[in-house]
Design a binder for this molecule. Structure first.
Ligand code: NI
Length: 199
């Protein structure tokens, strides 16, 4: 089977809770050059390999306002990755509380309140401005990924009481970081691969 060009990226380690980069505000993308296209391909490859609904650039080590979401993958199994560069919500309406997880918070889930419907504007990988309307899980994924660009994790949006119950799990994740503050998931060590962990 032919592999689509957009899926030719590398599967990369995902930064997990405790990593400083996850808490930084990301910078807007100025120009969609070869480097940015490479980051997009890596995001897409990593998202599918790790069964994510979406993935944001800071999670693979880039402080840039880019994320990918696939609204069809989790519904139908059909791959239709969408790229959001310098995204901006035009409207958020309704409230829905559902369970959420994050590749940067392995083993942790919690109920999070999000807008039920959103309208979002973003550049696609060709540099064209696109507007999307979304609801339900798709809308939730867009809000979750957009939060990553502002250094926000879903645990920042849960009740204090629930957060207390997660304290020890969070502490355990945090302690995995190296002396440079880099904290990666165990995907590669789990697979006993000798692919180097880049930071
Ligand atoms: Ni996440």
């Amino acid at each position: 089977m032919n592999r689509l060009n957009r899926e030719s990226g590398n599967v990369l380690p995902v930064r997990i809770y405790g990593d400083q980069l996850l808490r930084k505000k990301s910078e807007p993308v100025e120009e969609i050059d070869g480097r940015i296209k490479g980051i997009i391909s890596d995001l897409i490859a990593t998202m599918y390999e790790k069964d994510g609904i979406g993935l944001a650039a800071p999670q693979i080590g880039h402080n840039l306002r880019i994320f990918v979401v696939d609204p069809d993958w989790f519904r139908s199994g059909e791959k239709n990755p969408r790229v959001f560069i310098n995204p901006r919500f035009l409207s958020l309406s309704g409230v829905e509380e559902e369970e959420e997880g994050c590749l940067s918070l392995p083993g942790i889930t919690a109920e999070v309140k999000r807008a039920e419907k959103v309208v979002i504007e973003a550049m696609d990988q060709e540099g064209k401005m696109q507007r999307y309307e979304a609801e339900g899980l798709y809308a939730r994924a867009l809000q979750h990924e957009n939060d990553h660009l502002d250094g926000i994790l879903f645990i920042d949006r849960i009740s204090k009481l629930k957060l207390i119950t997660l304290k020890w799990k969070l502490r355990a994740l945090e302690q995995k970081k190296d002396n440079k503050g880099v904290n990666l998931d165990t995907y590669f060590s789990d697979k006993q691969s000798d692919i180097p962990r880049n930071s």
